[in-house]
Each structure stands twice: as structure tokens, then as C-alpha cells.
Ligand binder design. Structure first.
Ligand code: SF4
Length: 355
């Protein structure tokens, strides 16, 4: 079924859009940065979709294009130097890239919201946190000061801030990193968006707090039936919360699948390398197998497969022909010429062949 965008711009607000089709759909997105050393291809033909109530983890190393993806969806990419060279981002059937900046601004925080890695620099240091949360209700819902404060206290309670009535007047620096991130989450969900993008939301936190914040995000998502996009460099933190994963490398999706398939049977050497670099509880091996080498320069991409300079299975075919993202089984796709062999464990590196 196709969704025809209305000819007039939508009003903002959760009820202002048609609800057929995916909640969010990214189609053949291309984003470049024009730099002094040339054009950096940050995103090269990205495709994915997100349904209500679904969690998509976008995984990749620094420079893979995952944060640029988030900024492009939110409409906060710096342009210039950024430039959207092609594609569509459809929210409830409406192409966000065709909207006027004012229309995009009205959607932010209301329909599509985002939380960032560093809560301390995202919160205003000179305003009490309760004031900052209440501001969302005062500005967007024209709520009176007292009612907005009550709503802020209620939200602080919902995200797990102890004694919110006493802490509503405290400043960001008076909270721990984990509690500040909860306040950011409270602000992001205040207006009940139906898409929430979390860009490395737990990177600055210790492992126990990371798990708590991830659990909170998942609970809020279930409660509000939000579509959640988790952007991360760490496969370990999304295993319990994601429904599906897109693994990005050099601005492309290398592999996409539901979460169980990708952990059990990766179909791309890059994903396999990422999994092998995770610490394992069932092994005495303490040295981690980091993937050797570095991602390619975005202004000087290798011909053929962008992972070929680091891939232990690379052949001449890989170095000359760009592999397409194609199905292995069901919805599990991989951009590798040897995806079936990797998936079935039939391909061996020279080292593996010797053991
Ligand atoms: Fe490795 Fe070749 Fe697959 Fe690229 S196409 S990931 S170089 S085996």
C-alpha cells in the first residue's frame, strides 16, 4: 500500500498525520559534507523503516554515518557544510526533506524527539531542571506555571528521580550523570513523541547505570508505543532492548536483521568482527579481538567493498565490485559478496583454516 502525501503542509501535533504505512521510512538517503579536502560521502544510499512500538539499533564506529543519520532525521544537520544529496525521509508518509524549516521545527520534540550523549552540555546549567522540563509544557501546550511544574514533577518521578518534589529546583550539576540522563529523557518524552532517537544515550555512564537507563527507555517506549532508534557503537548495550539492528560502515548499511539472527548468525565479516570484539562471560580469554585497521576516509573511499582493506576474507572481486545489500534469509540482509558462506560458517580466513 502506498501513502500519498497531502498537498497542503500538515499542522504539527501527533494527530496531524495519516497513520498508514511505516511510522518512519528512510529511502536511498545520501548525505555529503563539502570539505577543503573534497566531498565526504557521509551517507551513501541508506534505507530502513521503523514501526510504532519497534526498536531499531543503528550500530557503527565513529564516522560510520549513524549520528549524521540521526541529525538528518531531526533536521538539525549543519548545512553547510552538510548537504542532502538525495533520498527521502518519510514520517507517517510525509517527506520531511520536502518540508519548510518552520514545519520541521514544529515537529521537533512534539512528533520526533532526540536525546544526546552528553546531558550536561545539553541541559542549561543556570536553570533548575524542573523549570527546564516545565518549559516544554509552557511553550508547547501553553500550560500555566503551576500546572507545568506539577507535570514536571510527575515526569521526574516517572523517569526514576528520587524525591522529585525536593529536587525539582536543583540545577543540572547537582545530579549524577545517570540522573541527568534521566532528566534529558524526561524532556524528550514530555510531549509524547511517537519517534524517539537516542544518540549514544549511555556512553558516558558506567555499566550498571547504562543498563538501568536502557531499561527505562525500553519501558517508556512500551508504555507510549513509540518507535525508538538507538544509535550506538556498542553491540553489547542493545542486545536486550533492540528488535532489529542495522550495522553501518562508511555511510552504508552492511547488515540488517532482527536482533536474534544477527547475534546468532552474522552474515557480514564486519558484524562478525564486532561480535568477536565483545568481552565474553563464558571464556577465560581476556584479550579482545579488535578489528584491525581503521575505517576508510570518507573523501577517499576504496573501490569495491568499503570494508575490503580490513576484511580477512577479501578477494579481487571484493576490491573491484561494490556488494549490494541483499537478502540471506527472510528479512536478514547483508552487503557482502560472500554473505551466504559467512552466514553458514563456510568461509575461513587463512588463520581459521590453519586451526
Ligand atoms: Fe569482506 Fe568481500 Fe564481504 Fe567485503 S564483500 S565484507 S571484502 S568478503
Amino acid at each position: 500500500m502506498t501513502t500519498t502525501p497531502p498537498s497542503t503542509p500538515p499542522a504539527s501535533g501527533p494527530g496531524a498525520f495519516a497513520s498508514s504505512g511505516p511510522l518512519l521510512e528512510v529511502k536511498d538517503l545520501h548525505v555529503e559534507f563539502r570539505t577543503k579536502s573534497g566531498v565526504a560521502q557521509a551517507i551513501n544510499g541508506l534505507n530502513f523503516s521503523l514501526e510504532a512500538g519497534e526498536t531499531l539499533a543503528i550500530l557503527g564506529e565513529s564516522g560510520s554515518g549513524k549520528s549524521v543519520t540521526a541529525q538528518t532525521i531531526m533536521g538539525i544537520l549543519d548545512m553547510p557544510p552538510g548537504h542532502i544529496a538525495g533520498g527521502e525521509i518519510r514520517y507517517r508518509g510525509q517527506d520531511l526533506l520536502a518540508m519548510k524549516p518552520e514545519q520541521r521545527r514544529l515537529l521537533r520534540g512534539v512528533n520526533i524527539s532526540m536525546i544526546f550523549q552528553d546531558a550536561l552540555s545539553s541541559l542549561n546549567p543556570v536553570l533548575p531542571v524542573g523549570w527546564q522540563i516545565a518549559e516544554m509544557f509552557r511553550v508547547h501546550q501553553k500550560m500555566k506555571r503551576k500546572a507545568a511544574r506539577e507535570r514536571a514533577i510527575g515526569l521526574m518521578k516517572r523517569v526514576g528521580i528520587p524525591a522529585p518534589e525536593q529536587r525539582v529546583g536543583d540545577y543540572p550539576h547537582q545530579f549524577s550523570g545517570g540522573m541527568r540522563q534521566r532528566i534529558m529523557i524526561a524532556m524528550a518524552i514530555a510531549l509524547e513523541p511517537d519517534v524517539l532517537i537516542a544518540d549514544e544515550p549511555t556512553t558516558a555512564l558506567d555499566v550498571t547505570v547504562q543498563a538501568q537507563v536502557m531499561r527505562l527507555l525500553k519501558d517508556l517506549q512500551t508504555e507510549n508505543n513509540m518507535g525508538l532508534i538507538l544509535i550506538t557503537h556498542d553491540l553489547g548495550v542493545v542486545a536486550d532492548v533492540a528488535d532489529k539492528i542495522a550495522v553501518m560502515y562508511a555511510g552504508r548499511v552492511m547488515e540488517a536483521s532482527d536482533v536474534y539472527e544477527i547475534y546468532a548468525k552474522p552474515g557480514h565479516p564486519y558484524t562478525k568482527g564486532l561480535l568477536e570484539s565483545l568481552p565474553r562471560l563464558d571464556s577465560a580469554e581476556t584479550r579482545l579481538n579488535a578489528i584491525p585497521g581503521l575505517p576508510p576516509s570518507l573523501t577517499d573511499m576504496p573501490t569495491g567493498c568499503p570494508f575490503s582493506p580490513r576484511c580477512p576474507y577479501a578477494t579481487d572481486l571484493c576490491r573491484n565490485e561494490l556488494p549490494e545489500l541483499l537478502p540471506i534469509v527472510g528479512q536478514h540482509t547483508s552487503a557482502c559478496h560472500y554473505r551466504d558462506d559467512i552466514y553458514h560458517g563456510r568461509l575461513q580466513t587463512p588463520e581459521e583454516a590453519q586451526t
